[in-house]
Design a protein around this ligand. Structure first.
Ligand SMILES: *[C@@H]1O[C@H](CO)[C@@H](O)[C@H](O)[C@H]1NC(C)=O
Ligand SMILES: *[C@@H]1O[C@H](CO)[C@@H](O)[C@H](O)[C@H]1NC(C)=O
Ligand SMILES: *[C@@H]1O[C@H](CO)[C@@H](O)[C@H](O)[C@H]1NC(C)=O
Ligand SMILES: *[C@@H]1O[C@H](CO)[C@@H](O)[C@H](O)[C@H]1NC(C)=O
Length: 404
C-alpha cells in the first residue's frame, strides 16, 4: 500500500518529539513523495520502485478501476473478469509504459482506449478469447510499443491499418487465433519487428506482399495453419529471417525461387505437409543442395512409390525425367512412372469442375494436365492413388490460377 500517508503521520510525531531531526525527515518525505502514488484503488497494491506500479491481478475485478493514479507507469490487471476497455480507462495515464490485461474476458476495446499513451512499450491483451475483432485505429500513435500480445484473442481478421505506425514494434504475438486470411501490407510499417508469431491459426495462403516491410524479421512462425499456397514472392523482404516454421500445414509444393530470398535462414521446419515429390519439387530439391542451415524432414506424400521419403534426400534419379529449364514441358512422375494412371474419364478435370477459364496457370501445371490427359490410357486400372495424385495436382493448379 501507499507509504506516503504513513510518513506524514510519523513526521508530525517526530517533529514534535525530536524537533532536531524533523528537517531531515521532511527532506526524506519530500524525496519519497515525488515518486509516490497519490492513491491506490481498493483491490490493488501500489508501489513506486522500480517504477510506479499498480498491481490488481487476480482480484475478480469485472471492471477496470476508475481511480488509477495518473503517474502510474505499470498497470497489472491480468487474471480478472474484465469485459470492457473504455476509451477513458487509461486516457490520463500518459506515463504508462507497461499494461498487462491478459487473461480476462474482454470483448470490446473502445476506440481511443490507448490514445496518447505514447510511452507505452508493452501491451499484453492475450487470452481474451471473446475479443474477436479490434478496431483498426486502436493502436494508433503507440510509437514506442515494443511488444504487442494478441494471442488467444479469438481474432477472425486483422483489419487494414491495425499495425500502422508501430515503428518500434519488435515482438508481435498473434498465435492461436482464428485468422484465415492475411491482407497484403498488414505489417508494412514494422521495420523493427523481429518476432512474428502466427502459428495455430487457419491461414490458407500467403500472398505476394503479405510480409512486405519486415526487413528485420528474425523469427516467422506459421506452423499449425492450413497453408497450401505460398506466392513465389511472399518472402521477398525476409532476408534476415533465421527461423521459419511451416510444419503442419497443407503444402504440396514450394519452389526454390520462393525460398531464395531467405539468405539468413538457419532453422527450417517443413514437416507434416503433403509434399508431392515429382518435377514440381525439383527446384526446392535444388535449393536444399545449397542450404546450410538445419531442416526437418519433408515427407513425400505422393507419388506413392516415394511416400514417406524425405524430399530433400531424394536422389536425382528419383526425380528422373525432369527437364530443369523453364517453359519446357516437364515429364511428371505421374505419366512416366505411372503404374496404372487412369483418369476419371466422365469427370475430366480439364472440363474444369467450376467451369472457370484458367487464364494464367503456370506452365508446369498446364503441362501436367495436358500430359496427364494425353497419356491416360483408356484401358485397365482404377488406381486410387493415381486419382488422388491427379486431384492434388489439379487443386494446386486451381489455386495458382485463382491467385494470379
Ligand atoms: C511523467 O514523467 C515525466 C518524466 O519523468 C514527469 O516529469 C511527469 O511529471 C510525469 N507525469 C505524471 C503525470 O506523473
Ligand atoms: C465472458 O463474457 C461473455 C459475454 O461477452 C459471457 O457470456 C461469458 O459468460 C463470460 N465468460 C466468463 C468466463 O466470465
Ligand atoms: C528501428 O530500429 C533502428 C535500428 O535498430 C533504429 O535506429 C530505429 O530508431 C528504430 N525505430 C524506432 C522507431 O524505434
Ligand atoms: C490439411 O492438413 C491437415 C494436417 O496437416 C490434414 O488433416 C487435412 O486433411 C489437410 N487438408 C487438406 C484439404 O488437404
Amino acid at each position: 500500500m501507499y507509504s506516503g500517508a504513513a510518513n506524514i503521520v510519523l513526521s508530525h510525531q517526530y517533529s514534535t518529539i525530536f524537533p532536531g531531526v524533523s528537517k531531515l525527515l521532511i527532506l526524506v518525505l519530500c524525496l519519497n513523495i515525488q515518486s509516490e502514488v497519490e492513491s491506490c484503488p481498493g483491490a490493488c497494491v501500489c508501489y513506486s520502485e522500480p517504477k510506479i506500479t499498480i498491481s490488481c491481478q487476480q482480484q475478480g475485478l469485472t471492471v477496470i478501476p476508475t481511480e488509477i493514479p495518473i503517474q502510474t507507469q505499470r498497470i497489472f490487471l491480468h487474471n480478472n473478469k474484465i469485459t470492457l476497455v473504455r476509451s477513458t480507462s487509461f486516457s490520463s495515464c500518459r506515463n504508462m509504459t507497461i499494461l498487462w490485461i491478459h487473461s480476462n474476458n474482454i470483448s470490446l476495446i473502445e476506440s481511443g482506449a490507448f490514445y496518447g499513451l505514447d510511452k507505452l512499450e508493452e501491451l499484453d491483451l492475450s487470452d481474451n478469447v471473446n475479443l474477436k475483432s479490434i478496431n483498426p485505429t486502436t493502436f494508433r500513435g503507440l510509437i514506442h510499443l515494443h511488444a504487442l500480445h494478441l494471442d488467444r484473442c479469438g481474432l477472425l481478421e486483422l483489419s487494414t491499418g491495425l499495425f500502422r505506425g508501430l515503428f518500434s514494434l519488435q515482438h508481435l504475438y498473434l498465435q492461436d487465433n482464428n485468422l484465415q486470411n492475411l491482407l497484403d501490407d498488414t505489417f508494412l510499417d514494422l521495420a523493427n519487428l523481429t518476432y512474428l508469431f502466427l502459428h495455430g491459426n487457419k491461414i490458407k495462403s500467403l500472398s505476394e506482399n503479405v510480409f512486405r516491410g519486415l526487413i528485420n524479421l528474425d523469427r516467422l512462425l506459421l506452423h499449425q495453419n492450413r497453408v497450401s499456397l505460398v506466392h513465389r514472392r511472399s518472402f521477398h523482404d525476409l532476408g534476415k529471417v533465421m527461423t521459419l516454421y511451416l510444419f503442419n500445414n497443407n503444402l504440396t509444393v514450394l519452389t526454390g525461387e520462393t525460398m531464395a530470398p531467405l539468405v539468413s535462414l538457419q532453422y527450417l521446419r517443413l514437416n507434416s505437409n503433403q509434399w508431392i515429390c515429382d518435377c514440381q519439387a525439383q527446384s526446392l530439391w535444388n535449393w536444399f543442395k545449397q542450404f546450410k542451415g538445419s531442416s526437418s524432414e519433408l515427407e513425400c506424400h505422393l507419388p506413392t512409390n516415394l511416400a514417406g521419403r524425405d524430399l530433400k534426400r531424394l536422389q536425382s534419379s528419383d526425380l528422373e525425367g525432369c527437364i530443369d529449364s523453364f517453359n519446357q514441358i516437364r515429364t511428371s512422375v505421374f505419366s512416366t512412372k505411372t503404374r496404372s494412371g487412369k483418369l476419371p474419364t466422365t469427370d475430366s478435370p480439364l472440363n474444369s469442375r467450376d467451369g472457370t477459364q484458367k487464364c494464367c496457370q503456370p506452365e508446369t501445371d498446364k503441362s501436367f494436365i495436358y500430359e496427364a490427359k494425353g497419356k491416360a490410357s483408356p484401358s485397365s486400372h482404377s488406381s486410387r492413388d493415381a486419382f488422388d495424385f491427379y486431384r492434388v495436382h489439379f487443386r494446386h493448379a486451381m489455386f495458382m490460377g485463382s491467385i494470379c
